[in-house]
Structures are given as C-alpha cells and as structure tokens.
Design a protein around this ligand. Structure first.
Ligand SMILES: NC(=O)c1ccc[n+]([C@@H]2O[C@H](COP(=O)([O-])OP(=O)(O)OC[C@H]3O[C@@H](n4cnc5c(N)ncnc54)[C@H](OP(=O)(O)O)[C@@H]3O)[C@@H](O)[C@H]2O)c1
Length: 331
C-alpha cells in the first residue's frame, strides 16, 4: 500500500486550555493486516469533551493517553482489507479508531447495520445518546410529571436528555449558551423553556420556571450553573452528574458547589455515572432511540467539520461552545 498513514499524536499534557500544539501530526506507512485483523480507513471521527481528561495523567475511568501515542477517539471507518471472519471489504465499522487515517482492528470493532447513517451512529444512536438515555432513566430515575432541568442542553447529550424527558411526560427546561441554541431547543427540540446562561440570570430564570423546584437536574457543566440548580431542588430530587465541562480546562480544580447542603434538607441524591458501565444494555437503548428518531420524535443535530489536519482545532470547538450538536469530523 503506497499511501501514508497520518496520525495525530499527543505530544504534551495540556496545562489549562488544551491547545493545538499539544498534538503533533506524524506520517507512517499504512499497516498490513495480519491474521484475525482488518485494515480500516477512518471516515468519521467523533470529538468528546472527555478527551481533555484522557490527556491528563491522573486517576480516571480510563488510563491516560501516553505522550507520543495516537490520540484516543471514537470513529467510523470502512474495512479496506480483511483477514477476519465476518468482516468484508466495504463494511462500515465503529470503535476506538484513534486520530489516524488508517487503523488495524479486530473483532472488537462493531459492524454497523446496513444503511446506518454514520453521523447517527456516532451521536444519538451512539455514546452521547446512550449517555442521555441511561443517565436520565436509570441514574435519574425519571418519573412522569418530573420537572427536568438539563445544562449543556443544546449539545449532543443534553438535547437528547430533554427530548426523552418530554417523551416520558415530563417538563423539560434546557440551559444553553446563546439565543440560537435556545431557540432551537424550544422551536425544534420541543423543550418547554430554555435559559441562555450567557445572557440571562440563571438563578432568577430557574426560580421563575420551576416554582415548585427541580425534580431531576442533569448536569453536563458543573460550576456556577450546578450551584444555581442545587439551590432550587425539589424534595427527593435526583442530581445526575454526567459531566463538568466548565472545569475541564481549568488549571486549578475549582471549589465544590456551595449549595450541596440543599441535598440534605430536600432528601436528594446526587450520583455520577460512566456510560461505559451501561454498554451491555446498549441494544435496549438503541432500539428505543432509533424508533424515536425514525418517528421524528427526537430532533438530532450534528456539527460536521472537514479534513484530517483539522482534528485538534475541531476538539477545541467543544470548549468554547462553537459546536452546535454532536461534534464530528469527516475525513
Ligand atoms: N458520564 C458519561 O459517561 C459521559 C458520556 C458522554 C459525555 N459526557 C459529558 O456530557 C457533557 C456533554 O458532552 P457532549 O459530548 O454531549 O458535548 P456537547 O454538549 O455536544 O458539547 C459541549 C458543550 O458544552 C458547553 N460548554 C462548553 N464550555 C462550557 C462552560 N464553560 N460552561 C457551560 N457550558 C459549556 C457548550 O455549549 P454552550 O454553547 O451551551 O455553552 C458546548 O457546546 C460533557 O460534560 C461530557 O464530558 C459524560
């Protein structure tokens, strides 16, 4: 194979905001598959806020990416050569392909069912959809009639959280940055209300929209927004700690939430989770999510950037809110 394999390596651990210079582009020969392997050409990469955490050398739910290693990342690729039973040239597969144009894989790669849209497989029917589904229904123990507030609401995870809440007979309030995202939440995604945290007083708006308190707060951002939500939880509230993107790029770990003690008075529960623990049950979530998408009950949005050379700068979009929907890159 004469083509070269371009790869993005992590060359330094980020301090504060992750930078393009924390990555280095390298070219190496395209590998040849051995017995039991497939050669995959990467077609799509999915960018995740969690990548910032994977770059740090500290305890996490996954080992850190090593300096000089190909950056870890989910993607969809096309099998180009197969020496693995059950996989044929032309099959689309998803898995941890990494930030590289070509990758050797094995039976750990998931074959996408015929006709699957790779953008959906990497968003609403992929990790972020499953995160919303299990985070809200299992960790959040959603009940009909609940008042659900979700931060990062116009993002890949948050938008699905609010829409599932609506499908289950709840009231959904989203918190997102900017008028366009808020308009999309109420006009296209069916949220009951949206709060623009960049231009509105989040606490005052939550008080107005949730006079009897918040039953489920699904937190994607942490920081001051979490604090405002905690101050307004209802009795028996469930606070689902999904992520804390406002803290991922801070040099110093920010102080904890000031209003956590409301959990005592309100007999609340605050619980974190990692979606990977729910993967054995992925099929049940995908069945529901695929049905809702097909029926037009879940609006989904992807933000597609292009060109392998642009992978690092595409990751950075997540931390400024430049992405509108699941951040993908098409190679
Ligand atoms: N627990 C798990 O297993 C699991 C799995 C997947 C994802 N997650 C977490 O879920 C969250 C959402 O991930 P996603 O993949 O769906 O990404 P996303 O929401 O599509 O994109 C990230 C969004 O975060 C918002 N944001 C960025 N900086 C912020 C800040 N300082 N304060 C408030 N909001 C900020 C931006 O939206 P605005 O324009 O609205 O600011 C941005 O668009 C992340 O915290 C991620 O780590 C957790």
């Amino acid at each position: 194979m004469s083509e070269t394999n371009r790869q993005w390596l992590m060359c330094s651990r980020p301090v504060g905001m992750v930078k393009e210079s924390d990555f280095e582009l390298r070219s190496s020969p395209v590998p040849e598959p051995g017995d039991g392997q497939v050669l995959v050409r990467t077609r799509w990469l999915a960018l995740e806020p969690a990548m910032r955490g994977w770059m740090e050398d500290r305890p996490n739910y996954m080992p850190p990416v090593g300096i000089g290693e190909v950056m870890r990342g989910m993607g969809v690729g096309e099998v180009v050569k197969s020496k693995l039973d059950g996989y044929a040239s032309g099959d689309l597969v998803s898995g941890m392909l990494g930030w590289q144009e070509w990758v050797l894989g094995d039976g750990g790669l998931r074959k996408l069912p015929e006709g699957t849209d790779p953008r959906l497989a990497l968003s609403t029917l992929g990790i972020t959809g499953l995160t919303a589904y299990f985070g809200l229904l299992e960790v959040g123990q959603l009940k009909e009639g609940d008042v659900v507030v979700v931060s990062g609401a116009a993002g890949a995870t948050g938008s699905v959280v609010g829409q599932i809440a609506k499908l289950k007979g709840c009231r959904a309030i989203g918190i997102a940055g900017g008028a366009d995202k808020c308009a999309w939440l109420t006009d296209k995604a069916g949220f009951d209300a949206a709060i623009d945290y960049k231009n509105e007083d989040v606490g005052a708006r939550l008080s107005e929209l949730c006079p009897d308190g918040i039953d489920v707060y699904f937190d994607n951002v942490g920081g001051p927004i979490l604090d405002q939500a905690l101050a307004r939880i209802a009795r028996g509230a469930r606070i689902v700690v999904c992520g804390a993107i406002s803290a991922y790029n801070q040099e110093e770990t920010p102080p904890g939430p000031r209003n956590y003690y409301r959990i005592v008075a309100q007999r609340g529960r605050m619980e974190g989770f990692v979606v990977l623990d729910f993967l054995p049950r992925a099929a049940e979530a995908v069945a529901d999510l695929a049905k809702w998408v097909a029926e037009g009950k879940i609006a989904w949005q992807v933000d597609v950037q292009h060109g392998f050379e642009n992978v690092p700068q595409t990751l950075l979009r997540l931390y400024t809110g430049a992405n509108f929907g699941k951040q993908l890159l098409e190679l």
